[in-house]
Design a protein around this ligand. Structure first.
Ligand SMILES: [Zn+2]
Length: 213
């Protein structure tokens, strides 16, 4: 599935139409085996329509928390839709990079680097139990870009280190979810065996029945 840039007018109007149909009870699934791909999967196709699981800044906060990426230590004070807007822009930036890398195209890395630069994180030495020292990264919670810093780092990690022959989209053409195939056999085909895998099995079974008739 090809997404056009988030800043593109067509895409924004698409968001306004389909994404306002919030799926208030839709729960983001973490099935991609890489957080940066789970990020892309916060847009799903449901009943043939493209739906954004992020409708408010609180949806983004909840997702970050479930992804284990709310890593700041201070009090969060980000108002309005700024987190929602920045998170959606980061997501479509990452989507463009992932698709470009899959297609062997040149990578527009500037925008992602901007998120990384503005995350404002820094390393700090910590004293743990029995005086054992470790280095931890400290994150700031003051701006949306800072809050999204750990997520931007995950995206950079995927782009720099993942084996992209194993970064794939679900084979169900009515699905747009991505995954990182970490199975031993590297033959994963579906976002989820329980959903798209079974759907395929049922369709195949019906086809076989038909052919046998
Ligand atoms: Zn699927």
């Amino acid at each position: 599935m090809i997404f056009i840039g988030y800043n593109d007018e067509r895409f924004v109007s698409e968001i306004n139409i389909t994404m306002q149909k919030a799926m208030s009870n839709a729960v983001p699934r973490f099935l991609a085996d890489h957080t940066a791909l789970d990020l892309l999967n916060t847009v799903e196709i449901i009943d043939g329509k493209q739906c954004d699981l992020w409708q408010t800044s609180d949806d983004v906060k909840l997702w970050l928390s479930k992804a284990g990426l709310l890593l700041h230590t201070g009090k969060m004070d980000i108002q309005g839709d700024s987190l929602l807007n920045e998170a959606r822009t980061l997501r479509e930036t990452v989507r463009e990079l992932v698709e470009s890398k899959k297609n062997g195209q040149s990578l527009p890395i500037g925008k992602l680097n901007d998120y990384l630069a503005q995350s404002g994180s820094y390393p700090a030495l910590k004293v743990g139990e029995e005086g054992i020292l470790s280095i931890a990264r400290i994150y700031q919670p003051e701006t949306a870009k800072q809050l999204l810093g750990p997520l931007a780092e995950q995206a950079a990690d995927l782009l720099a280190y993942a084996d992209f022959s194993l970064v794939r989209e679900c084979e169900n053409h009515e699905c747009c979810l991505w995954f990182y195939d970490k199975t031993k056999s590297h033959r994963r085909r579906w976002c989820s065996m329980a959903v798209c895998g079974n759907r395929h099995k049922v369709a195949k079974f019906r086809q076989n029945q038909k052919d046998a008739d």
